[in-house]
Design a protein around this ligand. Structure first.
Ligand SMILES: [Ca+2]
Ligand SMILES: [Ca+2]
Length: 226
């Protein structure tokens, strides 16, 4: 009895060992871009970087056969692999292979999380791509921020203009004060010059009068003594 159990366990082990890659591996064309499906049609497939070949049953068997990840588009076995999200109803996209089965929903159709440890609802349907909506929201926020930024810049320009006008106003006031001061000085000097001229003229006139008076006195004295 024990011998048959042991034999059964050994048999089961060999069976599991033979098939475990296919148990853990992804469906053969998972992560493949639709335009690339024909590339994997043949039994012997060339790695896209030309470095090697692999048989078709090695496609998505969770073992990295090509350095560039050609044979593992649907698993995280190759670090350089790329997973294609079809996202029907949403926006298709490529993921890094490290995003496959990492318990984070990266594809809106949930196709990147297929190992059963994490469930991702399909949010692509009817434009329900959350990420797409997030991008739109992000774009909207950016647009609003851009408007705010533009309005802010216009406000800053206006403020700068007002400051410049205030500066010009102050400059004009200073120039006006200087002009008035210069004008006042000029008028004062003009008045002073005129006053000096009048004084000189009056002085000259007094001197002439005195001279004439002396002459008259001399004439009168000569007439009175003749
Ligand atoms: Ca492989
Ligand atoms: Ca993921």
């Amino acid at each position: 009895m024990e011998g048959s159990v042991t034999l059964s366990l050994v048999f089961a082990f060999f069976v599991f060992s033979a098939y475990w890659p296919s148990v853990l591996s992804a469906p053969s064309l998972l992560g493949v871009h639709p335009l690339d499906e024909k590339y994997f049609d043949s039994e012997k497939v060339k790695c896209k970087d030309g470095s090697s070949f692999f048989s078709r049953d090695r496609l998505n068997d969770n073992f990295c056969d090509c350095v560039d990840g050609t044979d593992e588009p649907g698993t995280s076995a190759c670090p350089r692999g790329r997973f294609y999200c079809r996202n029907m109803g949403g926006r298709p996209k490529f993921l890094f292979s490290s995003n496959v089965n990492d318990n984070i929903c990266d594809c809106c159709d949930g196709s990147d999380e297929y190992d059963g440890s994490f469930s991702c609802p399909n949010t692509c349907v009817m434009g329900g791509n959350i990420e797409y909506k997030a991008e739109i929201r992000h774009s909207t926020v950016n647009y609003v921020n851009a408007i705010d930024s533009r309005e802010s810049k216009v406000g800053n320009k206006l403020e700068e203009l007002i400051q410049n006008l205030e500066g010009l106003k102050a400059l004009w006031i200073i120039q006006l004060v200087v002009f008035v001061f210069v004008l006042a000085v000029w008028l004062f000097r003009l008045h002073a010059t005129k006053s000096n001229s009048d004084i000189e003229a009056m002085s000259t006139s007094d001197a002439e009068h005195q001279q004439a008076r002396k002459w008259l006195e001399v004439d009168f004295w000569e007439l009175s003594h003749n």
